[in-house]
Write a protein that binds this ligand. Structure first.
Ligand SMILES: [Fe+2]
Length: 327
């Protein structure tokens, strides 16, 4: 007979790990095989008396499932005490500081990436067709500036967007987003003492869908840093291009922006991003675009939104623009 432990509500509450507690309450744990709920989150090692165990559960999202989606040997985001974790953090910080972008190729396994593509296929017909003309600062036209000013130069974007509430809680992407270890890993990379999943029921987790001919025009992001996961790459085109550091906190480099808009900037870089790559990108400071997709393979890129404040929502206007509705 298998040796079972009832995971204790008290053990979790003592550490204040209510989020984790929500999905481990009353789970029966076997001592026999691997189990990965971390001690630093809710002190479960004590509850499990140091034994490794597997979990049977009804419904909830478990760390074991999230771990199975990634190449955990290469990216040990679940082992914050390890040397490999610290090395990875340092590499990511260096890349973001130096290049404005940190790429983690093969972050999700080929099987998990294929699974996410198929799960996206299932709902892609529900994606909202977002069509917008904006300047690079994501503003509407402002005739207070001269016609050749970057604030007057319109960019068109045409893509379809799958909103968070259209992604099934059983889907790989959803599980990855809900995984606290990933949230904590990115927080450590970005040196945020507190970090939260976005509260917006539409924008927190999205998939940008680009069919043949669709693109995302030059722009800066509103968020300082954006985390994306490439799920499916098109046959051709759909290239992520950027120019690092085209604005600072107190200065806009309008001449440099104009050079980039004229395709004359020497520092326009194309970033090679393969399916399964997690990208942490400083999109507030770096102007970027996605070139038009060519061919019949649809491009899927997920955006995982994290914030340094809790309870962050988009405005109804922004929700309407990107998702065609408010929530
Ligand atoms: Fe962007």
């Amino acid at each position: 007979m298998k040796d079972m432990i009832q995971v204790s509500r008290v053990a979790c509450q003592e550490k204040g790990a209510y989020a984790i507690f929500q999905y481990i309450e009353n789970i029966m744990v076997e001592k026999t095989t691997m189990f990965y709920i971390k001690a630093h989150v809710c002190n479960l090692e004590k509850a499990l008396q140091g034994h490794q165990a597997s979990v049977t559960y009804q419904g909830g999202i478990m760390e074991t499932e999230a771990l199975s989606l990634i190449d955990a040997d290469r990216y040990p985001v679940h082992l914050p005490e390890s040397t490999a974790y610290l090395t990875l953090i340092q590499q990511c910080r260096h890349d973001i500081k130096t290049y404005g972008a940190c790429r983690l190729p093969g972050f999700t396994t080929p099987d998990a990436t294929r699974r996410m593509a198929m799960e996206t296929d299932r709902v892609v017909h529900e994606a909202y067709p977002c069509r917008d003309t904006h300047n690079v600062y994501m503003e509407k036209d402002n005739d207070a500036f001269s016609e050749d000013h970057p604030r007057r130069r319109g960019q068109t974007s045409e893509l379809d967007v799958i909103a968070y509430d259209q992604i099934d809680p059983g889907d790989g992407l959803y599980i990855l987003y809900q995984w606290d270890d990933l949230l904590h890993f990115i927080a450590v990379v970005l040196e945020h003492a507190s970090y939260y999943r976005m509260a917006d029921p539409l924008a927190a987790l999205t998939v940008n869908v680009m069919h043949e001919g669709q693109n995302h025009g030059w722009h800066f992001d509103e968020a300082e840093v954006t985390t994306t996961l490439m799920i499916r790459k098109p046959e051709e085109g759909g290239v992520f291009e950027y120019v690092h550091n085209l604005r600072t906190d107190d200065r806009n480099e309008y001449d440099q922006v104009n050079r980039a808009l004229n395709d004359k900037h020497p520092d326009i870089q194309a970033l090679e991003v393969e399916p399964g790559t997690l990208l942490i990108f400083s999109g507030y400071y770096s102007m970027h675009r996605v070139t038009p997709v060519k061919g019949h393979v649809t491009r899927y890129v997920a955006t995982l939104c994290y914030k340094d404040q809790p309870n962050v929502y988009n405005s109804p206007e922004v929700q309407k623009l990107f998702y065609g509705r408010t929530a």
